[in-house]
Design a binder for this molecule. Structure first.
Ligand SMILES: [Zn+2]
Length: 460
């Protein structure tokens, strides 16, 4: 089996309709991508699997879908207005913008120096770059502007007059939508602490760091679960959510050697402790989710900034307190990319041909079944079958090319089952059903198909 590379993944995604470059006919827009017909099914299934595990199968978690645009005070309370920024500098020669800390990190790595970039002030970073004559990675000169902090939030204006009064931000994280609705959900769901609020939605960050395909994008989707609990129980839940996250990935088909926990050395202003789960991408280890103990920071800040009490009243003990929060936050696009890389296999067949096959867990496969008539005269029967099956599953219908080619096309998008209609089907109402991974075929009556497939595409 040859190794999966990012190039292979990007090409397969583009050619099979998973993911295209954003606004491609205009030359694209850096770090934006569009999911195509196959990709949207795939990503929706990834989100469904997560929701099923963390909302549907949890007895005390509830979903929300909050607005992307929030009252700007939210971002003052959360700390994003004052401290969500990167130190950037412009190259005066070629006019490109760079992160000062990244330039130094690359230099330090290359020269094997013992320098802690995170501990440097802006002035120290600037001095270090000048002293060492660190060069612009684009043009190779060392002629930069001073370092300035650029906030990573996208700003826009509400209404017709552009002034500072009506600035709104595209949310840089979905979490605040859960926090500001803490009491709404608690009251309407009649929830008792500990309980969870989950949300899947878009977030936006104005980053300039190059992307590695859909790994780092300026617009991305988060799947977040905030667990509200009492101070003192927080660390046990922190460990519990680390385990739950890992179990979820194992159940999706990741082996243990391609995943690892990485503890944060530098903690965000709100966090008591934090770690990532990393996947071994073709370009190296990369974060697919974070688990954070956010303490009662967020709710306390919202209480302070909104003037509304965020206290929870325990109905049994009559105790009043602001709950702690354990956050489990997954990048939906990153998990999807990891699942693609993990599923990618190249196999040499008996006839010497190579087959590319995506061995997805059937639940997340874009199509569950493809209907393939062996000959033109069988199209009518096959179309009837397709119409029957697509009431139950996302289904593909393909009558073009040799049966071998059609199997290859389905293998490349990870379709777990191919159903072939042949002349026998006309006589006895049976079809062959082929398994994607073993390529073995069995014969089944058409009446048994829905049941057979349903049982094999579940995620539990
Ligand atoms: Zn330059």
């Amino acid at each position: 089996m040859s190794e999966v590379t990012m190039d292979k993944l990007v090409n397969l995604c583009k050619n099979r309709g998973f993911i295209y470059p954003g606004s491609e006919i205009y030359g694209g827009l850096a770090n934006t991508w569009d999911y195509g017909p196959i990709g949207v099914e795939f990503k929706n299934n990834v989100k469904r699997a997560w929701w099923k595990r963390f909302v549907q199968e949890s007895d005390n978690s509830f979903g929300v879908d909050a607005a992307i645009l929030m009252n700007p005070r939210v971002w003052e309370a959360s700390g994003h207005v004052s401290s969500f920024s990167d130190p950037k500098m412009d190259c005066k020669e070629c006019k490109t913008r760079h992160r000062a800390d990244n330039l130094i990190e690359d230099y330090v790595k290359k020269h094997k120096l013992d320098v802690d970039v995170d501990a440097m002030s802006q002035d120290e970073m600037y001095k270090f770059i000048c002293d060492n004559q660190i060069k612009c990675p684009v043009c190779g000169k060392c002629n930069f502007t001073e370092i300035r902090n650029f906030n990573l939030m996208f700003k826009t204006n509400r209404g017709v007059v552009e002034d500072a009064e009506n600035i709104v931000y595209l949310r840089p994280e979905t979490a605040q939508g859960e926090f500001v609705n803490f009491l709404n959900v608690q009251r309407t769901a009649r929830a008792k602490v500990p309980f969870g609020i989950a949300q899947i939605g878009k977030a936006f960050r104005n980053e300039i760091t190059p992307g590695n395909f859909t790994f780092r994008t300026i617009e991305f989707e988060q799947m977040e679960h905030q667990w509200f609990c009492k101070d003192g129980t927080d660390m046990a839940y922190y460990e519990e959510y680390k385990n739950k996250a890992m179990q979820f990935y194992n159940d999706l088909g990741f082996s243990k050697d391609v995943l690892r926990f990485k503890d944060h050395e530098k903690l965000a202003h709100y966090a008591k402790c934090a770690c990532d789960v990393e996947y071994l991408f073709p370009f190296g280890w990369g974060e697919i989710n974070g688990v954070h103990n956010r303490t009662n920071y967020d709710l306390s800040r919202h209480q302070e900034y909104s003037g509304k009490s965020m206290m929870y009243l325990d109905p049994v003990t009559n105790e009043k307190y602001i709950p702690y929060v354990i956050e489990y936050s997954v990048g939906a696009d990153r998990l999807a990319l990891a699942l693609l890389a993990n599923a990618y296999h190249e196999e040499t067949l008996d006839n010497g041909e190579t087959r590319v096959v995506l061995k997805f867990h059937p639940f997340i496969a874009p199509y569950k079944v493809a209907v393939l008539p062996l000959q033109k005269q069988l199209n009518e029967k096959a179309k009837q079958l397709y119409k029957m099956l697509n009431k139950h599953f996302m289904c593909s219908y393909d009558e073009a090319g040799s049966i071998g080619k059609r199997y290859r096309r389905q293998d490349e998008i990870g379709t777990p089952f191919c159903v072939t209609v042949d002349f026998e089907s006309l006589d006895d109402n049976t079809v062959t059903i082929r398994d994607r991974d073993t390529m073995e075929q069995i014969r089944l009556n058409i009446d048994e198909l829905v049941d057979y497939i349903s049982k094999r595409v579940q995620f539990n």
